[in-house]
Write a protein of this length. Structure first.
Length: 210
């Protein structure tokens, strides 16, 4: 956490910053940054993420940024991280100007993004990486989108565009429910077949080694 806090402290608009790791669901821990802005200055979460990306790898960028009037302190004068955790909303993008996704493509993408990021809502104008996404998660949603629609997004496309821009640029085609079930069944059969082949190969190799 120290490295992230030190990088945040370099931003000229901030007077204080603290970062905690919070478990938002079983097995899912996310980084949350709390910051105090200098009097007369203003800064958005998007600007802070951009600032951190110049100094840190993607996996160290906090998922959520929350502005506070001051950082809670313990009687010993240290940052009260447990107290800060109680203030964490983790309910989605905190940027102003929320625009609900419209149309099948935007709603489809928003659903995938929400599930991947563990947030309650995604704006049509959100950029995946600006609301807590990172390269590993991005590759996961790209693969899921490919499997469900046949559309192959590039990492660069997701980095540079908002949800609505991606939805407008690509011809998303959604299979009918029966087609979706058929694809799911076929995928399961392929997984079983692959597992069988692997098991036979493993048995053969074990036999040859005796």
């Amino acid at each position: 956490m120290d490295q992230i806090e030190e990088a945040l402290a370099k931003h000229e608009a901030l007077s204080q910053a603290a970062v905690i790791a919070k478990e938002v669901s079983p097995g899912d821990t996310q980084l949350v940054a709390y910051y105090v802005v200098n009097p007369g200055q203003d800064v958005t979460a998007t600007e802070l993420r951009k600032h951190l990306r110049e100094e840190l790898p993607d996996y160290m960028i906090p998922h959520q940024f929350e502005e506070v009037d001051n950082l809670l302190l313990t009687p010993a004068g240290e940052i009260d991280r447990k107290g800060l955790a109680a203030f964490s909303k983790l309910d989605g993008p905190e940027e102003e100007g929320f625009i609900p996704p419209q149309g099948a493509a935007e709603i489809f993408l928003a659903g995938i993004w929400k599930e991947a990021l563990g947030v309650a809502r995604v704006s049509a104008h959100d950029n995946f990486f600006n609301i807590g996404g990172h390269s590993l998660l991005c590759m996961q949603i790209i693969e899921r989108i490919r499997k469900e629609t046949g559309v192959r997004l590039s990492l660069d496309t997701v980095i540079r565009n908002t949800l609505s821009q991606i939805a407008a640029e690509y011809p998303f085609v959604f299979p009918k429910e029966e087609e979706r079930e058929e694809k799911t069944t076929q995928a399961s059969k392929e997984e079983v077949a692959t597992a069988g082949i692997f098991q036979r190969l493993k048995s053969k190799l074990q036999g040859d080694s005796k």
